[in-house]
Unconditional design. Sequence first.
Length: 354
Amino acid sequence: MTLVHPWLLARLACPYDGGAIRADAATLACTTCERRFAVVDGVPVMLRDDVRQTHDAAAESMAQVQPTLTSPDAAEPPGSPLPPDDDADLPTSPADRTPSVPDAPIDDYVQEAVSATCGLMYVSLIGRLTAYPIPDLRVPPGPGAGRTLLDVGCNWGRWSFAAARAGYVPIGVDPTLGAVRAATRVAKQLGVTAHFVTGDARYLPLRTATIDVAFSYSVLQHLAKHDVRRALREMRRVLAPGGAAVVQMPNALGLRSLIVQARRRFRRAAGFEVRYWTIRELRAAFERIIGQTTVAVDGYFSLNPQTVDLPLLPLRYQAIVRTSERLRHAADSHPWLATVADSLYVSAQRAHEV
């Protein structure tokens, strides 16, 4: 029996000091500082307890596993260990990495979290989902087996599953233990190879230069700007030379964004509220921290305009998404339209080492 898939274990690193991770009888441990980390249903819980948390879920996740860390020999870790792994290699055929139609009910966690993870247009779908809203990933397909995509703030894994469908081996990181446990359940239900870790975007529990693409959608916008910059530095650290970071961010001058800010009387955002960035701010931060940067339109009137979800949405929201998509295509020939887009994709490439 193994606690964590060997492929994932080989890529984990201590979020405190970057040390390698070994598996003990009931926990993981850093080989340098000897800090221990719990594992729940194959998911390592690798959050730091010595920093300010950006989300209450992080503290809740640590509290859930504290009994295991306090007395690891007295009880089994929460959940179940993984079965023996006779073949540690990852699947290489596209069919093994393509999400299938679920043959069981939609996971309860996803039913309840669909609006929190996908946006207000999905409120009417809470408890009523008939299919998983898995979006299309606007990242070049992963050529060949073994290309890795880090999904920062993965929650229940919708973008991780999109990455698997595009040919990547995804690693999802999120501070919410309940969310990543749901992600592992959904991955099994869909027949997807994906790995998940409970962790902090600012202190990624991964080894340096091990990721081909670092991706994040509708996540960093909720963090204070200094925390976003720290997360970007971590993305750069884990990216292999030539790797790329692709991050969705809100545009401060977007049409809907201006309305939201006006309702807040343009005060500074607090708690988990969205922080808005200008295109100039985004370009400057990404280029300084990661490398050469481009900014492209993701959509209008929403921070999650997913055309693949049209069959799930009420008619009034279908119209919004379709209009957003038409404007997105129009921005290809009319670049000024990007200045009023609400949702942007910021892509930055880490330079090859000289």
